[in-house]
Design a protein around this ligand. Structure first.
Ligand SMILES: C[S@@+](CC[C@H](N)C(=O)[O-])C[C@H]1O[C@@H](n2cnc3c(N)ncnc32)[C@H](O)[C@@H]1O
Length: 281
């Protein structure tokens, strides 16, 4: 996710070596970018409000290491999760670092599968909620491709399933920029190297810097289309979702986000925003 300072979601949780040598980019990424508890708290709250019961089964699309799936099954014995991603190495990293730490009962309720999100498969279907976080769905760069993904999600969920996506935008997101964030033991850099206002294509990169002057450049790279909220909602509707809503992050009065997301129709305009889009089947 972009290293925007306008959100409170990213959080650093691990101390890493103070040098590039020996640092694990996946661990740094998770510490700087991911906040599974925030995503899961939000998803549970909104799902329960919509459906009158807590969600139990989730699918984590673009799961990477499956950090969120592992966190979900730790929360309750009734929870289950399947994570899908194309990248075999990251999935294996997740099995070793997140799934291996679970007890046998928890392990039995989570799976990571190497698959395309366009074809999740019957054993990754009929879930209560699908999560597509950290803007990963921006890898689909045409209306047809993104609608195709949304159709695949729609077809694979329970009849009362709910789809959760996140979004960043605002005028400051539409230009080349580098945001820096100090984390424990390293600095996280989110670089939007280029932005094309005609196509909305963006070349985005993550770098890590260390106090001894070493760095890991291009640790992660993304070739994305920066989709805008109205386009996403239209495509969700075309894919069959009956209702979509937008939840906007509140302001911490210091130029950042406060981590509290409320449903909005006419939010405060900000230079950078983080939002969740919720699509109900
Ligand atoms: C930005 S990372 C997201 C990692 C993690 N889920 C997160 O929230 O930070 C994007 C992930 O999407 C995966 N990916 C890209 N296209 C995919 C596809 N069509 N099907 C499944 N995974 C895909 C990549 O392998 C990568 O692990």
């Amino acid at each position: 996710m972009p290293g925007t300072n306008a959100t409170s979601r990213p959080r650093s949780r691990v101390a890493e070596p103070l040098t590039a040598a020996g640092a694990d980019p996946q661990r740094l990424y998770e510490a700087a970018v991911q906040n599974p508890d925030a995503d899961l708290d939000f998803m549970s709250r909104v799902y329960t409000r919509l459906r009158g019961r807590p969600p139990r089964s989730i699918r984590e699309d673009f799961c990477g290491s499956g950090l969120t799936s592992a966190a979900w099954v730790k929360r309750s014995r009734e929870n289950s999760a399947v994570g899908i991603d194309l990248d075999a190495r990251t999935l294996e990293w997740g099995r070793r670092h997140h799934l291996a730490g679970l007890d046998p009962e928890q392990s039995a309720r989570v799976r990571l599968a190497r698959r395309n999100v366009l074809r999740p498969g019957p054993d990754a279907s009929d879930v209560d909620a699908v999560l597509a976080m950290n803007f990963s769905y921006w890898v689909f760069k045409t209306r047809e491709a993104l609608r195709g993904y949304f159709e695949a999600v729609h077809a694979s969920m329970r009849r009362d399933g709910v789809f959760f996506l996140d979004h960043y935008g605002g005028w400051e997101s539409q230009r080349p920029q580098i945001d820096r964030k100090r984390c424990k033991g390293f600095t996280y850099l989110w670089e939007q190297r280029s932005f094309n206002p005609v196509t909305f294509d963006a070349d985005c990169r993550i770098h890590f810097e260390f106090r001894d002057g070493t760095s890991i450049r291009d640790a992660f790279t993304y070739d994305w289309r920066l989709w805008q909220i109205p386009e996403i909602r239209e495509l969700l509707s075309e894919a069959g979702f009956r209702r979509t809503s937008v939840f906007w992050e509140g302001d911490d009065d210091k130029g950042g986000g406060n981590g509290v997301f409320r449903e909005v129709t006419r939010p405060e305009v900000c230079p950078v925003h983080i939002a969740y889009i919720v699509a109900a089947r």
